[in-house]
Design a protein around this ligand. Structure first.
Ligand SMILES: Nc1ncnc2c1ncn2[C@@H]1O[C@H](COP(=O)(O)O)[C@@H](O)[C@H]1O
Length: 177
């Protein structure tokens, strides 16, 4: 896969382990000549990831909503930028541009992106998957909840059709190669 979207936290105050793992992924993207497609913000895991990716040779595509521009939060690292009107068309552009989406730890913005991709896949808009990068078991509770809702027949097809889980960096890179 060549174009990889990453959803991840915009927060600067999360635990250092998440920053380190984002940096490691960024370096891998660069060393393997990938395109990073992401939210284009200059904060949190997004900036750490993009900086490391760029330093290692990746091309950086940011999908930037107008609000982010108005608030002066756009990263200087972008090689290509798409401008979106809001968060809804931003997600569509990211899905359209990337071949796969990786979910690093994040908050409601990241959750919104993950569920958008899985829901739009579930009704046939695309066949792209989310990979949950489960750093330090960050996604365990959400994955358990998804299992519960599937066991109670709230899923129309097996949810494993829409996502994969990488518990280690090696597992993640194997899925991305
Ligand atoms: N206001 C936002 N700034 C940057 N990125 C955003 C914003 N709202 C949604 N996003 C997207 O969601 C995540 C970051 O949001 P978190 O709530 O910190 O998880 C990121 O992937 C952005 O593309």
């Amino acid at each position: 896969m060549n174009k990889i979207a990453v959803f991840c936290s915009a927060s600067d105050t999360i635990a250092p382990v998440f920053m380190e793992k984002a940096k490691e992924l960024g370096a891998w993207l660069g060393q393997h000549h990938k395109w990073l497609v992401y939210g284009g913000s200059n904060t949190g895991l997004m900036e750490v990831l993009a900086k490391s990716a760029k330093e290692n040779g990746a091309m950086i595509m940011g999908v930037v909503p107008t609000k982010l521009e108005e608030n002066g939060k756009v990263s200087d690292l972008l090689d290509v930028s798409f401008h979106s009107v809001n968060l809804s068309d931003r997600k569509d552009i990211m899905v359209q541009e990337a071949e796969v989406m990786v979910a690093l730890p994040g908050g409601i913005g990241t959750l919104d992106e993950v569920f958008h991709v899985m829901a739009s896949c579930s009704i046939g808009y695309h066949d792209k998957r989310v990979i949950f990068y489960n750093i330090d078991g960050f996604w365990n509770d959400l994955l358990a909840f998804l299992e519960r809702l599937e066991a109670a027949h709230f899923a129309h097809r097996p949810l494993k059709n829409y996502f994969e889980v990488a518990n280690t960096f090696d597992e993640l890179t194997r899925l991305l190669e």
